[in-house]
Structures are given as structure tokens and as C-alpha cells.
Design a protein. Structure first.
Length: 284
């Protein structure tokens, strides 16, 4: 493809725009669900007088302060306002009300709320913020009457949808690289060791680990193989739906067996970006 053809492709509407907007709504739904999860312990998490998590003392306005406003002296008691704006923007975004603006509002409030409770965060929380930031540059796909605005919008859509996909791929690539360097993963004992920790397991699973150690060795190697091959097989049409299905099962296991529900939910939402519904429908 020469340069002019590449530019022409770049300014055309993205076939992935519907998937990106579906992901946006899934993440808004996740934000709302997360609120109900933390509702019973909001005071313990955010109230400066009761919180178990220490705040920083930030006074000067810097980039660090902008994403840690709930640690700044003048905003420490404003956590309910941040939560209210976050939920209002998420609900508005679900109904396609200025989706890009609402996505950025959700991103901005979420990153500040998350950084206030930094010691509770998982990889899913960091991925959520990155995806929300990228999606704040993705349109709703409706287009404009102005040709040039449409072309700029299409370039932005394609660029930031690609960044969303790359971010998910990076998660798998980095995870696989670290696992390949781990003796426990190479020997097949990693999953057994994790599930024998009370905080990441259940009693019946611990009994199974001891009784069927061979099974958990196979599951360990299967998880390693899946994370290694995901960045390649997810783009193969023959394998796409199977990779997505295995990924959903993989993350459901992590959610149920290890209790990492939120992380798994965010990861499963991301599969929307890779399962090419429009293409499959178009082909038939």
C-alpha cells in the first residue's frame, strides 16, 4: 500500500466504531457496578478522618496533583462530588449524550478516585483508566455534514481504537514475558501455589489442588500458552471466536476461583474490540 492509499484508508470511517462504542457503554456499566460494590465502605476508603489509606499533602498545581485531587488539601473532603459526577457522566454516556465529553469526565473522576485508594488497585483499574482516556477521543460514529471534520474524526477514531487494542495486547505480552521467566510457571506449579493462598482461593479448590495436582499443572501451562499466543491468534479469522471464548472462560476462572472479579470483568469487556461482529455479519 502506497502512502496515498494509506491516507485514504485512514480518513475513511472505521469498521470498528460500533465495537468501540459498545466497549464504552460496557465500561460505563462497570463504573456504575463498581459504585455499588464500594458503597458500604465509602467512608472507610475516602473520608480523610476515617480512611485506612493515607492521603498525600499536595498544594502546588502540577500534573500529579491533577490526577490526585482528593489528596490535595482543598479537595480532600470532596469525594462525594467526584463520585456523583462520575456516576452522572456514566449514566449520560450510556444514553449517548455527548459520549466523548462524558467519557473524559468519567476518566478524570475515575483516575482521581482510584489514586485516592491506590493501595486497593489492580491491573484492571489501571487498564480501565487508559481505555477511558483513549475512548474520550473516539466518536459515536454519527458523522458530521462537514467533510473535513468527518475525515479528522475518522483519523482520531482509527488511531485511538488501535491504541485501545494495543493496550490490551501489551497486557498479555508483558504478562507472558514475566511468566516465561518464572520457574513456577515453567514447572507448572504457579497456579497451585496461588490457589493454596487463602486470600486467593476457596477451601474446596485447595483440596482439589492437593488431590489433582496434575490437572493444575496442565491449567498453568494452558494459561501460559494462551497469554503467549493471544496477540497472534486473536487476529486469525479461523481462531478468533475460539480465542475469545477461551479468554472468557480463563477470566471467569480468575474471577470465581481467585476472587479477582473486577480485573476479570474489565478484561472480558476488552474482547469486544477484537471480536469482529461487523465483518462477520457483512460477510454473510
Amino acid at each position: 500500500m502506497n502512502f496515498s492509499n494509506y491516507i485514504q484508508t485512514l480518513i475513511e470511517p472505521s469498521l470498528k466504531i460500533r465495537r468501540a462504542n459498545f466497549l464504552r457503554k460496557l465500561l460505563f456499566g462497570y463504573i456504575i457496578l463498581s459504585f455499588f460494590q464500594i458503597l458500604p465502605v465509602i467512608e472507610i476508603l475516602y473520608n480523610p478522618q476515617q480512611s485506612l489509606i493515607a492521603t498525600q499533602s499536595l498544594c502546588q498545581l502540577t500534573l500529579t496533583t491533577c490526577v490526585n485531587l482528593l489528596s490535595a488539601d482543598m479537595f480532600k473532603n470532596c469525594y462525594l462530588f467526584f463520585i456523583a459526577f462520575q456516576l452522572a457522566a456514566a449514566f449520560a454516556g450510556l444514553f449517548n449524550f455527548f459520549p466523548r465529553i462524558m467519557t473524559f469526565v468519567v476518566f478524570f473522576t475515575t483516575i482521581n478516585l482510584q489514586n485516592r485508594i491506590y493501595s486497593t488497585l489492580t491491573g484492571g483499574d489501571y487498564l480501565l483508566c487508559l481505555l477511558l482516556f483513549y475512548l474520550s477521543f473516539v466518536s459515536d460514529g454519527k458523522g458530521s455534514k462537514n467533510k473535513y471534520i468527518n475525515e479528522i474524526t475518522n483519523v482520531s477514531d482509527r488511531t485511538f481504537i488501535l491504541l485501545c487494542q494495543l493496550q490490551v495486547l501489551i497486557v498479555y505480552v508483558i504478562s507472558a514475558i514475566y511468566k516465561w521467566q518464572s520457574i513456577e510457571w515453567m514447572q507448572g506449579t504457579a497456579l497451585q501455589n496461588i490457589l493454596l493462598i487463602d486470600e486467593y482461593s476457596m477451601p474446596y479448590l485447595q483440596n482439589m489442588v492437593c488431590e489433582f495436582s496434575w490437572l493444575f499443572k496442565l491449567l498453568t501451562w494452558a494459561a501460559l500458552l494462551y497469554q503467549t499466543l493471544f496477540p497472534v491468534l486473536i487476529f486469525a479469522k479461523k481462531w478468533n471466536k475460539y480465542v475469545v471464548l477461551i479468554g472468557v472462560i480463563f477470566h471467569l476462572f480468575i474471577a470465581i476461583a481467585m476472587g479477582l472479579f473486577n480485573f476479570s470483568l474489565v478484561m472480558m469487556c476488552c474482547y469486544v474490540l477484537f471480536y469482529d461482529v461487523e465483518t462477520k455479519h457483512h460477510e454473510h
